[in-house]
Design a protein around this ligand. Structure first.
Ligand code: ADP
Length: 607
């Protein structure tokens, strides 16, 4: 725990030093000045005044000393005001920006499966949480610990000069304070840790309540009551933990206070009064300064121990941040390697994409989701992937794009294992539209291009993609055309489009990339069968010189493909063209006939 504490604080201080040396140095100097000021006024200044009175120094002499002290502190005071109100807020903003950028970059670099790992996800959310406040706190606490300890030692030395024995009154409580501080801190740490599951429950409720995606469900169902209960469970859980630890915490805090205040205060007062009044071995100025110095030491010790307690908490936070930032992704999203164009040159005649005995098991699962998948796809082929829910279609597509790595077998791009390819370049081959696409609170053009349009050519490109997705006319009718902001999150006149229209925008986004391979994983589920058929007809017409994979529940749409793969329980059950599969009269033909019957009967899809 202790070693970890030092390692964590060193890690963050090194990071902050790299980002903004001035902030670390500035805080240190500010604290040095703060404690010097305190030591000077409460000990030296006071001593001078009392002694002056005892020795009968003139009023003019005393005033000269006071003015000199004021002038002496004027410049450092101006500097510290500038540091606190000008330099510190600016450099803190720089630090937050730099740390957030590091976190964002890491978040986009780690493989997708990290987001499905609860432990990893927790670490990420905790690292993001309170980041701003923590960073400042870490610098401040470390500087307080260092400077207040040094200042206390100075004050103690001064007290030692006045009376050797008095130091004993402080040594005991000092040790006791740190000891009790540590126990109190350990208990708080344990309690906070035990509260985490409850805090997460409450945070989950908080999060869902302000997300627009959940607003409808909350209004149309009784789920709010369930969520309220979850919130209450979290709240009661935290309360029970507070109750469980409250007696111990009160008792320890009480004993600590007795140690710090009663022993030091009363002990030193009794002792020094004895020396002043009974043994007559101490002057009044000695007594006054001793009393004031003791006060200074007590408060400095309290500040140092509070900073230590807080920095233990910081250490826990840093541990999360550190583990997150130091995590080495199994699939580095920026992995360099062979360029796809070079693979093609090396094996121009081979299949574009091949799966060889590919199997895949999700992290934490025992049963494989895909097994022994074998297929080869030539450039410009149109491939449909069909099958029941849970058959493994989306997983197949994810492996294709290397969002995950196959657990068994290999996936080849023109003969090269995709693991050896330059990952960003490989991903750039794909134009994709998913079922769980996201629409951003940005303009339509930005949602299509996924960047800010720079010139007229960009707008023309966005318009062309929207046209191909069959939604251009609808966009033209919006208040600002392609410059209309989607969602009302930031704009009162933002557009709220239907599910089907948004899906078409997601399809347009796929076209906007300079892609070689298009992947459509059911981005058309909100469309009726006829609209979906027309959309795919359009897509395939516009993608004559591209390779296309599309996942669809509707076999009438799948019939448009050159080849259809029917997935069943993670395996390829049948494959071939629509006509071949119909002639085979197997599972595909059976499903196709059932769907056709339902369409006639008015129902949409069945698979
Ligand atoms: P389909 O696209 O055919 O509906 P999927 O490929 O999405 O099927 O899912 C196949 C199986 O893998 C399902 O049983 C699903 O529950 C499981 N699965 C999908 N994603 C994950 C995941 N991230 N972690 C664990 N299991 C998953």
């Amino acid at each position: 725990m202790k070693a970890e504490y030092f390692r964590n604080n060193k890690y963050i201080l090194t990071m902050l030093w790299r980002i903004r040396k001035g902030r670390v140095i500035g805080e240190f100097l500010y604290r040095v000045l703060y404690y010097l000021y305190w030591l000077f006024y409460d000990i030296l200044f006071l001593k001078y005044l009392v002694e002056s009175l005892e020795r009968g120094r003139s009023f003019a002499q005393i005033m000269t000393f006071i003015v000199a002290a004021m002038v002496g502190f004027a410049i450092p005071s101006i500097l510290s005001a500038w540091y606190l109100h000008v330099y510190k807020p600016r450099s803190d903003a720089d630090i937050f920006e730099a740390v957030h950028t590091m976190l964002f970059e890491k978040a986009t670099r780690v493989e997708l499966r990290c987001y499905e790992n609860t432990e990893f996800y927790n670490r990420f959310t905790l690292a993001m949480k309170d980041c701003e406040q923590r960073m400042t706190q870490i610098i401040e606490n470390q500087c307080i610990i260092l400077t207040s300890t040094a200042a206390s030692v100075c004050a103690l030395c001064y007290m030692f000069q006045i009376d050797h024995f008095v130091i004993l009154f402080i040594a005991g409580p000092l040790i006791g304070n740190f000891l009790f501080g540590k126990i109190i801190n350990d208990i708080k740490f344990r309690m906070n840790k035990e509260c985490i599951p409850y805090v997460r429950e409450m945070e989950y409720v908080n999060r869902t309540l302000y997300l627009a995606e959940y607003a409808k469900e909350f209004r149309m169902s009784g789920i709010f009551e369930v969520m309220k209960k979850l919130y209450e469970t979290g709240f009661l859980g935290i309360m029970s933990k507070l109750k469980e630890y409250q007696n111990k915490r009160v008792l320890l805090a009480f004993v600590r206070n007795i140690f710090v205040f009663v022993v030091i205060y009363q002990g030193v007062i009794f002792y020094s009064l004895y020396r002043v009044m009974v043994s007559h071995s101490m002057s009044l100025s000695g007594f006054t300064v001793l009393f004031s110095a003791m006060n200074v030491v007590a408060w400095m010790v309290i500040q140092a121990s509070e900073a230590i307690i807080l920095s233990y908490e910081d250490s826990l936070y840093i541990a999360n941040l550190r583990e997150f930032l130091e995590y080495e992704p199994a699939v580095d999203e920026r992995q360099a390697g062979i360029l796809p164009a070079d693979c093609e040159k090396a094996a121009p005649g081979g299949g574009m994409l091949s799966f060889h005995h590919v199997g895949f098991t999700y992290l934490g699962q025992e049963a494989p989701v895909l097994h022994d998948i074998n297929l080869t796809v030539q450039r410009n082929e149109k491939i449909a992937i069909v099958g029941h829910n849970g058959a493994g279609k989306t997983t197949f597509v994810k492996l294709l794009m290397r969002l995950y790595d196959a657990s068994e077998g290999e996936i080849l791009y023109f003969g090269s294992n995709v693991k050896e390819l330059d990952l960003p370049a490989y991903r750039n081959l794909f134009g994709t539209a998913f079922q769980d696409y996201q629409v951003f609170a940005m303009t339509v053009a930005e949602n299509v291009l996924m960047r800010t349009p720079q010139n007229e050519a960009d707008y023309q490109k966005a318009a062309q993609c929207l046209r191909r997705a069959g939604v251009y006319e609808r966009v033209c009718r919006l208040s600002h055309g392609m410059d209309t902001i989607l969602t009302k999150e930031f704009a009162q006149d933002g557009a709220v489009l239907s599910g089907g229209e948004l899906q078409k925008i997601a399809v347009a986004r796929a076209f906007a990339r300079d892609y070689q391979i298009a992947i459509f994983d059911e981005p058309s589920s909100a469309l009726d069968p006829v609209a979906e058929y027309e959309l795919y007809e359009n897509i395939l017409k516009g993608c004559a010189d591209k390779t296309v994979f599309f996942v669809s529940h509707r076999l009438s749409t799948a019939a448009l493909a050159d080849r259809i793969y029917l997935f069943e329980q993670g395996e390829i059950a049948e494959f071939g063209s629509h006509d071949e599969l119909m002639r085979r009269d197997g599972k595909y033909a059976d499903m196709f006939r059932k769907q056709a019957k339902n369409y006639v009967g008015g129902t949409s899809d069945v698979a």
